[in-house]
Design a protein. Structure first.
Length: 666
């Protein structure tokens, strides 16, 4: 039985009076509105999109949460007398803008991923279509809700996965803001937690609440026995007793003596929980309490929960690590204008192009590609059109609001139930890699599809993994051979995530001053990777089974970037048996440059490649140059640091330069 079916939701007839939300915003959103009203552009129809450029901290998936809360808040996003008086008194906006705000009510449309669904980098999690005036003011409120709740739900989902079917209890209210505590409880329940200690979440959303006693209750009484007697007399023999205030063994024996075999549970909140749970379980069994459960708490996170898998623990109480940044790093969502109407009323795509913060313009539609077994293989995002469903794929965007009116089923108690089921179904559809706690790339890739239906492809660039750059070569980089093997292992596990794999090679014929008998190891180097030599061959530990094309650079001048390379002739690249080990023998003609050879950028563009992952040697020279040139050429770029080897001992400056230049570091 799944956790979703095991949870009891408490129905409540009491409604919740949601507060006005219009001041959960930033000053600049209203000054933007004022300027747009002045220019006449405020009423242009606009499409805004909320998305995350990356998943936090090497996580493999995220879980959308907060949508129901957000929709309730947008319905109450109004400016009353108190707000208008404040804006006028403090001169935030002028009279024209105050008059507009006095009549403000969101009247647009909202689509998005269903709450509880998984998301990945660049997934169009929420889409808002309205006038610019209506949509721009929602930015801060929208992001504060989605970033917080999504971060909590994403962490909670990992904890539920680590728990392996054992219930998790949310109990972090004392570690965060009172409203954040209620939101956190709701998000945790959506992501699979069994219950919460937060009563406000219980009354607002009808979720199950639990709780018994803290150490202070035991300390209040003259003896632990008196405390246990009072709790059992009041709450019944099925209660949970906290047994680590003094001596755990004595407390367990006292608890069993008072409640007998019907004792519900004992709670452990300190010490070595694995060892303690094991001997407490033996003690309970010896005393005849085989059915008494063991609950553990004490700053648990997904790693601690995973470590407790071998222990006889029945449920986990999770607080601090769920509701604070240590367990739930920010989801890093942004809210960007991607399309608007022009003076003629026609929609035009717009996009931010700033380094490291670029966005993709155009209205988005999303589809999760599923294989014949119903397992997710990719997130396909159509730009300006709906990707075609091949029969068993799942469209991801749902409509939440139409003409400013909420569509039933997405908010309140019903919304939480629906989101919880969506989470359970989504997790079942994702590949098993999502259950790994180790850092790694997204479980499935996000692929863009243009308005012709052509996929915007993804390519892996393997930079210069050649014999001369590995141990034993003339210009060996420490760890080069290990990187060759690691890239092979990575390709074996992840090749389906790439449409193309290409490899670059230094291929020197007469590079002039690039070679020197007295090199400075900055602009001049010892002879290396001479065209046709063994040193120029790819390292034998690099399996080239999946390589689609080879690009050679530096024939007659220094060249660091793979974008300076030219496509090698098909008859001059490794084939057959040699393809798995190194270059084929080269004849004289293969050493000469081809005036008609295709460059790397042209080749990638001709294959509709939009996103690149860069690996190889050396991090601080050819990998860096290739990645930065790729950013300049307009590609989305990620450098997998663990699949590179550098010359310098400290590569932090290189990493900073890559990030500043617009590349992501994984």
């Amino acid at each position: 039985m799944g956790l979703a079916t095991r949870v009891t939701f408490v129905s409540t007839s009491a409604g919740w009076d949601h507060p006005r939300t219009s001041f959960y915003t930033d000053h600049y959103e209203l000054t933007m509105l004022q300027a747009a009203l002045h220019s006449g552009a405020a009423h242009r129809r606009s499409v805004f999109e909320a998305f995350a450029r990356r998943l936090p901290d090497g996580r493999r998936y995220g879980i959308v949460a907060g949508t129901g809360r957000l929709l309730e808040g947008i319905a109450n996003f109004r400016f009353g007398e108190a707000e208008l008086e404040f804006l006028e008194r403090t001169h935030v906006v002028n009279r024209e803008t105050l008059d507009y705000l006095a009549n403000y009510k969101f009247s647009g449309d909202i689509w998005g991923y269903a709450e509880g669904d998984a998301y990945f980098p660049n997934s169009p999690i929420l889409i808002v279509e309205a006038s610019f005036a209506e949509a721009c003011m929602l930015e801060t409120y929208l992001l504060s809700v989605l970033n917080h709740d999504t971060a909590i739900a994403s962490a909670a989902s990992r904890m539920v996965s680590a728990a392996g079917g054992r219930p998790c209890i949310e109990m972090g209210s004392r570690r965060t803001h009172e409203e954040a505590a209620t939101a956190s409880a709701r998000a945790a329940i959506i992501a699979g937690f069994d219950s919460t200690s937060n009563l406000e979440a219980g009354i607002r959303y009808g979720v199950k609440t639990v709780g018994t006693a803290a150490h202070s209750f035991t300390l209040l009484h003259d003896t632990e026995r008196e405390a246990f007697e009072a709790q059992i007399a009041s709450l019944g023999e099925g209660t949970s007793l906290l047994v680590d205030t003094y001596d755990v063994e004595k407390a367990v024996r006292t608890a069993v003596d008072l409640a007998g075999p019907r004792l519900g549970a004992v709670r452990l909140d300190s010490g070595d929980l694995v060892a303690q749970a094991q001997w407490v379980r033996r003690l309970l069994d010896d005393l005849g309490n085989e059915h008494t459960k063991i609950v553990v708490t004490s700053d648990l996170d997904e790693y601690a929960i995973a470590a407790l898998q071998s222990a006889p623990v029945d449920s986990y109480g999770v607080g601090t690590s769920l509701v604070t940044g240590s367990g739930a790093p920010t989801a890093s969502m942004v809210y960007k204008l991607v399309s608007r109407t022009d003076d003629d009323g026609n929609f035009v795509s717009v996009a931010k192009a700033a380094k490291n913060k670029a966005s993709v313009g155009g209205r988005k539609y999303a589809l999760r590609k599923l294989d014949e077994r119903g397992r997710a293989t990719a997130e396909v995002v159509g730009v300006g059109h709906r990707p075609e469903d091949d029969g068993n794929d799942r469209p991801l965007l749902q409509q939440f609001m139409k003409n400013g009116e909420l569509i039933p089923g997405w908010t309140g108690h019903e919304g939480v139930l629906r989101a919880r089921q969506r989470h359970e179904d989504s997790m079942a559809e994702l590949p098993p890699v999502v259950n790994r706690l180790q850092r790694g790339e997204a479980a499935i890739p996000t692929l863009y599809e243009d308005n012709r239906g052509a996929l915007m492809a993804r390519a892996l660039i393997i930079v210069d993994v050649q014999n001369d750059f590995c141990e034993g070569g003339s210009l060996a980089v420490p760890g080069g051979a290990a990187v060759a093997g690691a890239i092979s292992e990575y390709l074996d596990a992840h090749h389906r995530e790439f449409d193309y794999v290409v490899a670059t090679q230094d291929w020197h014929i007469d590079p002039g001053s690039h070679f020197s008998e007295t090199p400075d190891y900055k602009d001049s180097w010892p002879r290396h990777c001479v065209a046709g030599s063994r040193g120029a061959e790819l390292h034998p530990d690099l399996d080239t089974e999946y390589v689609d094309a080879y690009f050679r650079k530096g024939q007659f001048a220094a060249a660091y970037s793979g974008f300076e390379g030219l496509l090698a002739p098909e008859d001059a690249v490794p084939t057959g048996e040699r393809k798995a080990g190194g270059a084929a023998d080269m004849d004289a003609e293969s050493l000469e440059p081809d005036d008609d050879a295709v460059g790397l950028d042209d080749w990638l563009q001709s294959h509709d490649v939009e996103d690149l992952v860069v690996v190889g040697i050396a991090t601080d020279y050819c990998v860096k140059a290739t990645a930065l040139d790729a950013v300049q050429a307009g590609y989305g770029v990620t450098v997998v640091r663990s699949l590179t080897a550098g010359i310098a001992e400290d590569l932090e400056d290189t990493v900073a330069e890559l990030e500043l230049g617009g590349a992501d570091i994984a």
